[in-house]
Write a protein that binds this ligand. Sequence first.
Ligand code: FE
Length: 233
Amino acid sequence: MHPRIEMFLRTIFGSHIISMGIIMLALIALTACSNASSKLPIFQATPAESPASTDIQTKAAQSDVTPAAGSIPDCTSPASLTPALTEGPYFTANLPERASLWEDGMAGTKLTLTGYVLTPDCQPIAQALLDFWQADANGQYDNRGYTLRGHQYTDENGRYELITVVPGEYPGRTEHIHFKAQAPGGPVLTSQLFFPGVQDNQEDRIFDPSLVIAITQDNGSSLQAIFNFIIQP
Ligand code: FE
């Protein structure tokens, strides 16, 4: 405290009161310091949160580099939801769990379809349910048994692989594979997949070009293709 001010105060209030005033000022200063130090953890919390977001980015990056038979997520956020289409008359409940619907001796072109189930934010959905059912290469459904019907779940990277046959056409319908997709606890999406370059696509009232799979390899007797499902988590 400035000596002249102290002298002035001593003149008015006496030295005892001034000493107490100085002690109180010191206490106020200490309290302010302790308040300042109590705020530190709040500021420290910000860097503590960042590893979590980094973790998400790391996971996304990991899924990008996951060797997945040529099926790398092709997704730009916000991605449009995979559109819903009619279920049709041939769905059967309680489909067996299996990723391969292909059976030895099956007629037709073998198809290996891979991809990811993703949120509109392009985050992979692990353990998403995928139901597939379809006609055989001659356009016939098995409505008694479970031929060419099955369900599976995406792996921890949100990836799936379906092995099946290219379905044949039947009256009024172009080539298509029916599916249902559901994130754990999420709404069920019912729709259909289509094939590129099929002449009858344009004649099919249900056909939607955004549901066409991308062929990545064609060996004549077998096809490899990719499709990513974008669904509500
Ligand atoms: Fe159908």
